[in-house]
Structures are given as C-alpha cells and as structure tokens.
Design a protein around this ligand. Sequence first.
Ligand code: ZN
Length: 243
Amino acid sequence: MRILIIADIHANLVALESVLAAAGTVDDIWCLGDIVGYGPRPRECVERVRSLATEVSVVGNHDWACLGRAALEGFNPIAQYALRWTIAQLGREHLAYLEGLPNRVISGACTIVHGSPRNPVWEYVYNAHLAAVNFNYFDTAICFFGHTHVPFVIREREALRGLPPYAPRHGDRIQLGDDRYMINPGAVGQPRDGDPRAAYAIFDPDEGVVSFHRAHYAIEQVQEDMRTAGLPEPLIRRLALGV
Ligand code: ZN
C-alpha cells in the first residue's frame, strides 16, 4: 500500500501537480494543511485537493486565517499581505471546503496534524525537545505533521535523549522499527531546507516504510504568476532558493 503524504502546498499548483505526477499510482493521499497562502493559485489548489477526495486532510494556520479564525496581525507583514490577497481570491465554495477540515485525524496507527499534536494548527516542531514534549499528546505509533516546511524524522527514544532529528533527503527510505515516530514530509509549495524542489513522502503502512522524495517543478513559471498577481518579491525569490 502506498500513501502519498503532502503538506504546505501554499497555493503552488505547479508544484502540487509535479508531486502528484512524480508519486505515480497511490492508494491514498493525506494532506497535512496550508493548502493556501503565499502562492498564486489558491482557488485551483483548494479545488485540486478537494478533487482528490481524500479522507485525511487537515487545516493549517494559513487556511485558518482565511476563515477569519486567526488574526492576520499574528503573521509577519509579507505573509499578511499574501493572506489578504488570498482571501480576496477565494469564493464561497473554497472557504466551505477549508471550513470543513478537522485539525486532527487519526487513521490506523497514525495521527495527522498540521503543526503539532499539542497545538495542531500553530505549534512548530523543529527540534528534539519540542518533539519529546509532543509525544505525550498523541496515542498512535506515528504522527505526521507539517508547518515547518522542513523534512524531519525523530524516534521517541532519541527525542527523549535530546538527540537531533534526522533530516531526510531525496531518495531516503526509512524502515520504521518498534518505536514511536514524528515525521514531517517537508513542503510541496515552499520548501525551506535549502532544496527548492517540491517535497513529499510515501508511506507504506504494511511494510512500515516511509520514503522521502523531491520533485522538480517549473519554479520560474510560478514566480512569473506571482509577479502578475502582485505578490511580495521576497516570497517570489525564496522559491528558487528553497528557504
Ligand atoms: Zn505552511
């Protein structure tokens, strides 16, 4: 069984389509939130994720902000600008889809959230200490999360000892052992680990294997689209750098 795991699409339709094509045939798709915000194609990304008809799709902080559930002042000025632009683009049916998303889903041995099990929409888990605390906030063997835009794997045993998380790269295949894990596939639409390619993971629950992948996409085309939309230049530049 192959489950495609995607997070932080951020209205980057070209990156999303590249990931869907590169992943090939899959049995299911799990979406870890932040479908919109930053990028130039929020409507199309909501429609595309909705069309995937996945049962596992959770809400992210940018999605939340578009619903008026989070003060825009909580975001940095550039993100705020992009959110205001995004809100103006979304129609009633797009908001209705985002409105219907839960902030946590449990599927088999996995808990799925955007930020963290302790604070599903907002908390960033970027080190062993934060992971160690968060292992207390879910009961399943595995937690898949996004939000930091950086691929990340940590075992509970290692988190409790303060050992650094593993930063998976393209082609890494991790055989899960008899332990609990927190796993971030990285971002589809705005990677921040220095590799600008779109990130995703494939989870095989039968084999207990997670593999990490990167897909090339037409970054210049997305940047052009963003300039036409009048989105802030720093958001346009960072796509090419993967930061
Ligand atoms: Zn995000």
